[in-house]
Design a binder for this molecule. Structure first.
Ligand code: GDP
Length: 296
């Protein structure tokens, strides 16, 4: 089930129960079951769903007192639990500082939308008055530098890369060095998303990370890959210890649930969501806003 349908289904389950004359235990149980099924069909991890169901049930039972409007209580409890599902309270998002160098390194599998998202984020910060540059540290894929160059040129963002240097660590550190000297405030480093072996990809990420010492590492995750999002982000977390996630392709037919589970599995907040191929299709993510929109 795609995300938009998930919202509709939860919404209609809640309205059905709140429209009923008496909201008894059977009605509440039916609601809990319907919400759980909808979340599981949207690829949210089963354990997370069971946990949500338990918490929702106990909130409704505990807060139900004479004088409390049960229908309102149910609406609020469902909203709060959904927020909790996408809200990572353990880690605070990094906020770039003006008049300082903020190095942001991107990691993620090829095709996730990394290069596109680097440019989107660069534009986002440029509009907010930061001096932004982009570095292409993907020397593995032929054409990676050209793609970044094209995107950067279109968006009028200064960029750095090399057609001849094969060592991504050298390109990354040279690029960061150059932009640092020129007092750039945000330096975005795009890395490779594919290698002959996965272990080589992770080893390369660690080396680039050591060389450029990012203030923030962001994992770009394709929201349409379903359950695989969880194991993929766990593997990246171990090697790159990213501090934020950007979910891409939230437009279209993303189920999104797998990606939501990735937040819980890696204890890492979602910073932005990508909602299209265009440079402006990036929205900053706040759990309450996201859930409000989901429920329509
Ligand atoms: P990379 O290999 O991770 O660098 O991925 P790219 O940036 O080359 O993106 C792969 C494809 O996904 C391209 O066709 C992008 O236009 C597309 N893409 C990236 N982000 C989004 C998004 O938020 N929504 C949609 N619909 N497409 C996206």
């Amino acid at each position: 089930m795609v995300l938009a349908d998930l919202g509709k289904r939860i919404n209609s389950a809640v309205s059905e129960v709140t429209k009923a004359n008496v909201v008894d235990q059977t009605a509440v149980d039916g609601l809990l079951k319907e919400i759980s099924n909808a979340l599981i069909e949207a690829d949210v991890n089963v354990k997370l769903v069971l946990n949500l169901r338990k918490k929702l049930k106990s909130t409704i039972e505990q807060e139900e007192k004479p004088g409390v409007n049960k229908k309102k209580l149910i609406q609020k409890a469902v909203f709060d639990e959904l927020c909790d599902l996408v809200d990572c309270k353990e880690t605070e998002l990094y906020k770039p500082k003006k008049k300082k160098t903020n190095v942001i390194m991107f990691v993620g599998l090829q095709g996730a939308g990394k290069t596109t998202t680097c440019t989107k984020l660069a534009v986002y910060y440029q509009r907010r008055g930061f001096k932004v540059g982009m570095v292409c540290a993907d020397t593995f894929r032929a054409g990676a530098f050209d793609q970044l160059k094209q995107n950067a040129t279109k968006a009028k963002i200064p960029y750095y890369g090399s057609y001849t240097e094969a060592d991504p660590v050298k390109v990354a550190s040279d690029g960061v060095e150059k932009f640092k000297k020129e007092k750039f405030e945000i330096i975005i480093v795009d890395t490779s998303g594919r290698h002959r072996q996965e272990s080589e990809l992770f080893a390369e990420m660690i080396q680039i990370g050591e060389a450029v010492q990012p203030n923030q590492t962001i994992m770009v995750l394709d929201a349409s890959i379903g359950q695989a999002a969880e194991s993929q982000s766990r593997a990246f977390k171990e090697s790159s210890n990213f501090g934020a996630i950007i979910l891409t392709k939230m437009d279209g037919h993303a189920k999104g649930g797998g990606a939501i589970s990735a937040v819980a599995a890696t204890h890492t907040p979602i910073a932005f969501i990508g909602t299209g191929e265009h440079i402006n299709d990036l929205e900053s993510f706040t759990p309450r806003q996201f859930v409000s929109k989901l429920l329509g």
